[in-house]
Design a protein around this ligand. Structure first.
Ligand code: NAP
Ligand code: GDD
Length: 320
């Protein structure tokens, strides 16, 4: 019989790639979706007939228990979160509820319905914040710099705590930034790719940006969902850093994107102080040695190829 997987956040960037991967591997894939006055399932539209969707919300315990009862999963991937760092200063308590306490709600639902399942928590390199060592590993202490990072640190530690308290097969994947043509338009790589394409096509003229010097370890989301799946195939649940081991600045991202679009930076990029964050994460770079050695995982797509494929995708989309 096909194994069953349950994904929260299935309508998001990672949820859609993970659903694709699991469907390809013969899983019976269930996902949790939130009710909205306008249905926005664009990222999973192509998979709809092969998915079973349940209404639910990380704020609502009843809905989590019922969704797990209806799907009876062997693997649970908790990808749902308020994932945009900048907005976490605007909605700090809601962010804590979604991205922090929501993890406890789902773990409690799992304990009640399917304690034997394997559980994946979508933890984040944002937890390293003002970094304590370079590069960051599974053992680097956290120093989060945003309400989002603080909420994710809670989500990470409650996952570790439930593993140790109740012997759950719970794993926390500490993933560094990962992007794709399905990335939300508010995140910097997609914003840059979209603007580069739109400027090239004469649709707009300016790209407003905040801190151009921030550095991130950017990988491709399609590669990273493979690591999530590999983590849940291990006999012993442990935590893993997933990263490329190479950092680039926002400025580098603009240079590659504009080069791909064939336009000049000087004429279009404008500084917008309102986009500078109250507290910044200046430099993130991960060491994924443990994942390479234990999971056999390696990133397949480098930064430059990633940004170029994102610009091409937006050029194609906007040309239609
Ligand atoms: P995303 O595109 O923003 O997707 C977030 C998903 O969470 C969406 O499906 C959203 O549903 C859902 N969601 C939000 N609040 C919810 C709630 N209260 N109840 C139920 N569902 C809710 O994020 P992503 O980039 O795919 O990231 C997936 C996960 O990995 C997130 O937890 C994120 O924090 C974490 N992460 C991401 C990265 C990265 O670089 N992408 C790195 C490290 C960790 P709607 O469609 O209804 O809004
Ligand atoms: N979004 C955005 N927009 N960021 C900008 C801009 C802009 O106009 N200008 C400069 N930046 C800088 C931000 O200040 C930040 O230092 C960097 O670009 C990356 O910002 P985001 O793309 O918004 O990503 P993030 O690093 O804050 O968060 C992402 O990665 C985390 C993992 O480290 C999100 O996906 C989080 O959910 C994820 O956990």
């Amino acid at each position: 019989m096909a194994p069953t997987a349950f994904i929260t956040g299935i309508t998001g960037q990672d949820g859609s790639y993970l659903a694709e991967l699991l469907v390809e591997r013969g899983y019976d894939v269930h996902g949790m979706v939130r009710r909205s006055s306008v249905e926005r399932f664009d990222r999973i539209e192509h998979l709809r007939e092969r998915l079973t969707l349940h209404q639910g919300d990380l704020l609502d315990q009843r809905s989590l228990v019922d969704a797990l009862r209806a799907s009876r999963p062997a693997e649970i991937y908790n990808l749902a979160a308020m994932s945009f760092v900048a907005v976490s200063w605007v909605q700090p308590t809601l962010t804590a509820e979604f991205s922090g306490v929501g993890v406890t709600r789902l773990l409690e639902a799992m304990r009640e319905v399917c304690p034997e399942a394997a559980f994946y928590q979508a933890s984040s390199s944002e937890m390293f914040g003002k970094v304590r060592e370079v590069p960051q590993t599974e053992l680097t202490p956290f120093y989060p710099r945003s309400p989002y990072g603080v909420a994710k640190a809670y989500g990470h530690f409650i996952t570790v705590n439930y593993r140790e308290s109740y012997e759950l097969r719970a794993t926390s994947g500490i993933l560094f930034n990962h992007e794709s043509p399905r990335r939300g338009l508010e995140f910097v790589t997609r914003k840059i790719a979209w603007h580069a394409a739109a400027i090239k096509l004469g649709l707009i003229d300016k790209l407003p940006l905040g801190n151009l010097e921030a550095e991130r370890d950017w990988g491709y989301a399609r590669d990273y969902v493979e690591a999530m799946w590999l983590m849940l195939q291990q006999d012993v649940p442990e935590d893993y850093v997933i990263a490329t081991g190479v950092a680039h600045s926002v400025r580098d991202c603009v240079e590659v994107a504009f080069d791909q679009a064939g336009i000049s930076i000087d004429d279009h990029v404008v500084a917008d102080p309102t986009l500078v964050r109250p507290a910044e994460v200046d430099h993130l770079i991960g060491d994924a040695t443990k994942a390479r050695e234990r999971l056999g995982w390696e990133p397949k797509t480098d930064f430059e190829a990633l940004i170029r494929l994102m610009v091409d995708a937006d050029l194609k989309r906007l040309s239609r």
